[in-house]
Every structure is written in structure tokens, then in C-alpha cells.
Design a protein around this ligand. Sequence first.
Ligand SMILES: Cc1cc2nc3c(=O)[nH]c(=O)nc-3n(C[C@H](O)[C@H](O)[C@H](O)COP(=O)(O)OP(=O)(O)OC[C@H]3O[C@@H](n4cnc5c(N)ncnc54)[C@H](O)[C@@H]3O)c2cc1C
Length: 311
Amino acid sequence: MEGEKSNTYEVIIIGGGPAGLTAGLYASRARLHTLLIENALFGGQMTTTEAIDNYPGFPEGVTGEELSRLMEEQAKRFGMETVNEEVLEVKLEGDTKRVQTSESSYLCEALIICTGTEYRKLGVPGETEFTGKGVSYCATCDGAFFKDSRIIVVGGGDSALTEALFLTKFVKDLTIIHRRDALRATKIYQEKAMANPKIKFLWNSVVQEIKGDTVVRGVVVKNVKTGEITEFETEGAFLFVGLLPRTQFLTGLVQRDEAGYIITDENCGTSVKGIFAAGDCRKKLLRQVATSVGDGATAAFAAEKYLEESK
Ligand SMILES: Cc1cc2nc3c(=O)[nH]c(=O)nc-3n(C[C@H](O)[C@H](O)[C@H](O)COP(=O)(O)OP(=O)(O)OC[C@H]3O[C@@H](n4cnc5c(N)ncnc54)[C@H](O)[C@@H]3O)c2cc1C
């Protein structure tokens, strides 16, 4: 079939974050016929990051937007094709992998999954209702709407603290609500947050409900030690309570851990021959731009070896 032929690639990459863009750079530079499928913006989570301070090569730091633009430009330089579609399913047809998207169907010999993670929801009443009306998961995207406001930030990890520090540029004050009495975040972020006069902490507390009328007006907070329930006035609720791997569309295809992260060997190979996983979507210790880029390079090189050996 002519249509099938034009939709057939040696390598398909799903996801255009740093892992996918690096895999694309390596695969297309190795002269492999490569397609990258991305359903949103090239750059992935980097596009929602104000400043990246720990990616080598940028001694003064770099904005997520700029790093995304540079990686996209470099990846496309060697002829990689791209489409803006969402992958819904992957099926095996012998050694061939069929990638079904919202628009079309593509075939490949080697597949590299780089779909990253998404924000975990708090799962409380009002969260869905007020998303975009005071509830946010992205300070870079929405921070400017909260100029001189009093807001809350939920969470105690790196994302919560870096986002809170960024939000202090806009807000009058903010309270970090955390379910424990100590933070999980890296020490440098803890020190910065503790020293910032605009940031207060509410320890051992969980948000039980988000309330409002047309926009958020307050949250109901429970102290997990005493059981005491209080209502807290706020104009915004920024929620950073962890991440979920975006691997649901792979159910039954490759081996994943209990949280849904793809299990790989040291060369990013999955339980299925010819399918590789790179970046935040795979089970690993550190999820960062630098480690995603390393994974992307490894996965593309491993895919190249797989294609050579299967000829
Ligand atoms: C607020 C914030 C601040 C951060 N700060 C830093 C920092 O300072 N330094 C640092 O090193 N790291 C930082 N990180 C982490 C870093 O951004 C991630 O580790 C990195 O982006 C992961 O890269 P990735 O390519 O694996 O996945 P992602 O960047 O998540 O990209 C995955 C891509 O896959 C696409 N996708 C997913 N599912 C599908 C599908 N079914 N079909 C098509 N496309 C799909 C998504 O749209 C996305 O573009 C930060 C993250 C956040 C959220």
C-alpha cells in the first residue's frame, strides 16, 4: 500500500522533550529515516520552566523556552521528520511496530518512547472545577495573573519550591502547605525558600477542598497530626504533588513498574526487542534535563545497533 509505505520509518520517537529531541538528533545524524511524534510543544516540560540552572554549557543558566528552541533547531538540522499528533496506541506486527495516532498510523522497525511525565492531581473537590480559575500546575504559565495576590503552593519537593520561588516575583505572599514537617526538596532550594520573606510554611497539613465562586476564594486544610480543620483564604492554589509517567497508552506492551514507569536495561532497552525508552518516562534515579539527554543519545545508538543486527 502506497500510504503505508510513505508512513514507514526506521525509527519513530514518541515525545519531543529533551530525551526525544536528543534521540532524534542522534538517529537522524546516523542517517536513519526518523519520525518524531509530539502532541504539544517541542521541549516538553522545559517549555514550562522559567530558568534551568543546572544544564551544562550555560554558566549563567538558560530559560526553558530558549533551551527548547535550541534543541529543536539542532534536532531538525539532520533531516528528522516531525508531526504534531497524539499517540493513542502501539501494536506489534511481528518485528514491526504500528503507532496509531489521533490522525494516522505509522510503521517502524525501532521505537523510542520519550513521553515524560505529567502532574499528579490532588484529587480533592473543587480542583477540576477551578482549574484555570485559580488552580494551576504551572507557575511560569500562570504566575503573572497573581500579581499582588495571596496564594498557596501545595507540595514539598523540588518542583514545589522552585515554582514557589518563581511566584514570589509576582505575589504579595504565599504559603507552602506540606503534609510532612520537613521538605523533600534539594537543600539549595530549601535554603532559598526559608530565606525568602514572602514565603510562609504550613506543616503537617493537607488541602481537603478548594472553594470559590467564579474563581478560587479559599481552601479547606486539615492538620494531619491534630485533625483540626481550618479554612484558609487564598486567591490561587498552585499544586505540585508529584508526577505520573505518561505511559498509559502502552498498557500490556512493555514491562512497567507499579507506578507505571517503563523498566529498561542500561541501554534503554525495554522488555520488547526494538522498543526503547528514554527520559523521565523510564524507571530511574534522577529525572532531569541532563539525564534525559543522556538517555536519548543512548536509546538512539541502541536502536541503530538493533537495526544493524536485525538486517
Ligand atoms: C517546573 C519544572 C521545573 C524543572 N526544572 C528543571 C531544572 O531546573 N533542571 C533540570 O534539569 N530539570 C528540570 N525539570 C525537569 C525536566 O524538565 C525533565 O526532567 C525533562 O523535561 C524530562 O524530559 P523528557 O524528554 O523525558 O520528558 P518531557 O520533557 O516530559 O517531554 C515529553 C514529551 O512527550 C510528549 N508526549 C507525551 N505523551 C505523548 C503522546 N501520547 N503522544 C505524543 N506526544 C506525547 C509531551 O507532550 C512532551 O512534550 C523541571 C521540570 C518542571 C516541571
